[in-house]
Design a protein around this ligand. Structure first.
Ligand code: PEP
Length: 249
């Protein structure tokens, strides 16, 4: 049986100041040897300072351009993120897909850029509310997986985050049965494409209103290997509760 080490990943989105680095120092102090991997993805200007803390909390970007460099004002490449000290990058977050019209192919290109720079690609997928209500959640996510994950994905270079869009920042969470159904489906899809030996090494995060209060039950769900956390990653007290829950799962 493949053992997948749990991962607690935080996405600060467009929040925080340099003073918020104290939250990372607090996490590093509280969890000198956590039983799960821990990554925080702050706004890009904070990456260097966060990486310089050199604790167990690893640092990631929230997005990257597909190109290594060039005339793309305001964008950040995977290579620049790596140079700043990042070890991972989120690609295909639903806010990027919605706000910037990112297609599965765009996400696929960005994931390949992450690999090129030696970063772990955290590839996000998830249905919107109407798609779930219509009974199409599995087929929508299946299509996103097929289009967004490049050939060559392994557990070393890729993590998948299932984030139902209607659960992000809303306090709404799917039933544990629905999370299990989706994560089992994703495992089956990747097994068909990559074979069991590879598919079983790829970690699946659940994301959408994860809190210290519901993390333990979510981490106990079939094929849930951790969480991608927005709001509850901003404060060490909250994220620490989620790290602790992952460690106990
Ligand atoms: C997210 O944006 O990835 C997310 C899961 O947000 P929240 O935890 O706030 O729902």
């Amino acid at each position: 049986m493949t053992t997948r080490r749990k991962l607690a990943a935080g996405n600060w989105k467009m929040n925080g100041t340099q003073a918020a680095l104290a939250e990372i120092s607090a996490l590093n102090a509280a969890f000198p040897a956590p039983a799960c991997d821990v990554i925080i993805c702050p706004p890009a200007p904070f990456i260097s300072a966060m990486a310089a803390l050199k604790g167990v909390v690893k640092v990631g970007g929230q997005d990257c351009h597909a190109n290594a460099s060039g005339a793309h004002t305001g964008d950040v490449s995977a290579e620049i993120l790596a140079d700043a000290g990042a070890t991972a990058v989120i690609v295909g977050h639903s806010e990027r897909r919605a706000d910037h019209g990112e297609s599965d192919q765009t996400v696929n290109d960005k994931a390949q850029a992450a690999w090129r720079a030696g970063l772990l690609a955290i590839i996000c997928v998830g249905e919107v509310e109407d798609e779930r209500t219509a009974g199409n959640a599995l087929s929508i996510v299946g299509g996103q997986l097929a289009g967004s994950i490049p050939d060559g994905a392994t557990g070393e270079n890729t993590v998948i985050a299932y984030e139902p869009v209607w659960a992000i920042g809303t306090g709404l969470v799917p039933t544990l049965k629905d999370i299990a159904e989706m994560h089992d489906f994703m495992r089956a899809e990747l097994t068909t494409r990559f074979g069991a030996d590879v598919a079983n090494t790829i970690r699946f995060l659940y994301g959408g209103s994860v809190k210290p209060t519901n993390a333990a039950e979510i981490f106990a769900v079939s094929n849930v290997d951790g969480a991608l956390v927005g709001g509850a990653s901003l404060k060490a007290a909250d994220f620490g509760g989620i790290i602790a829950a992952a460690a106990n799962a």
